[in-house]
Design a protein around this ligand. Structure first.
Ligand code: ADP
Ligand code: ADP
Length: 216
């Protein structure tokens, strides 16, 4: 299935995308992860986008669409879950056109609805493992005992000022994408609060209702 998860920063897109990818054999395609890998590897793309990520600004649409196009071609437009893309109306328009041109239409969007207050608490206590890509939360999803806390990263854009800015960017540039998606693709909104497992069950339920378990 070809799926996109939508929602504010900290909604749980990465967490749920990883679970969907693992359980249903989908490729997890996170634009944020692709940018962070480029920054770590100091590629020309990484050098271009590093200061934007640190400040919580969006990377320009043409650059972002370009890396998504590359990854989609690499997986032959097969089964995937997009996480953090599209984030602007032009990205959404480009994505639907690009997928249609490759006979690979998007099957569904699942939007995780989480209030801003919760998002701030989630992001400020998020820690990630750069080796495995695992996403933890110091209170709600703490790292297991065999993970050395020293190896975990507190992302620079998860500091209070950048979090505030990312939420502003979300409300200005990303929230309007909802209306576009509702008009053009199957769009399911679910409550993104509650435990990680509860949210996962809601995601699976709407997809099963939409497509049947075999169709995920
Ligand atoms: P996004 O990719 O949308 O930014 P993440 O999946 O990285 O979101 O989650 C943001 C933070 O919130 C992480 O620290 C994660 O462990 C935590 N988190 C994810 N889902 C939940 C949940 N249902 N309840 C509480 N915290 C959660
Ligand atoms: P979040 O936890 O906010 O969902 P992501 O890992 O998805 O974070 O994104 C981190 C940063 O990468 C964003 O703040 C932005 O700078 C850049 N980025 C990721 N996806 C996109 C996108 N679709 N368009 C523009 N910039 C993006």
């Amino acid at each position: 299935m070809r799926l996109a998860l939508f929602g504010p920063p900290g909604a749980g897109k990465g967490t749920q995308a990883k679970r969907l990818a693992r359980d249903h054999d989908l490729t997890h395609l996170s634009t944020g992860d692709l940018f962070r890998a480029a920054i770590r590897e100091r590629t020309p793309l990484g050098l271009k986008v590093a200061s934007l990520l640190e400040a919580g600004e969006l990377v320009p649409d043409d650059v972002t669409n370009g890396i998504v196009a590359d990854r989609l071609a690499q997986i032959d437009y097969g089964s995937f879950v997009l996480d953090g893309f599209p984030r602007t109306v032009p990205q959404a328009e480009w994505l639907l056109d690009h997928l249609a041109a490759n006979d690979a239409p998007l099957d569904a969007v699942v939007s995780l609805v989480v209030p801003d207050e919760d998002v701030v608490g989630r992001l400020s206590r998020r820690r990630t493992d750069p080796e495995t890509g695992a996403i933890y939360h110091l209170d709600f999803n703490p790292p297991p005992a065999d993970v050395d806390p020293e190896t975990l990263v507190h992302r620079p854009d998860d500091q209070p000022e950048a979090i505030r800015h990312r939420l502003e960017v979300y409300h200005e540039e990303t929230a309007p994408v909802e209306a576009y998606l509702r008009e053009h693709v199957r769009y399911h909104e679910i409550d993104g609060t509650g435990s990680l497992a509860e949210v996962q069950a809601r995601v699976t339920d709407v997809l099963v209702e939409d497509r049947g378990l075999a169709g995920i």
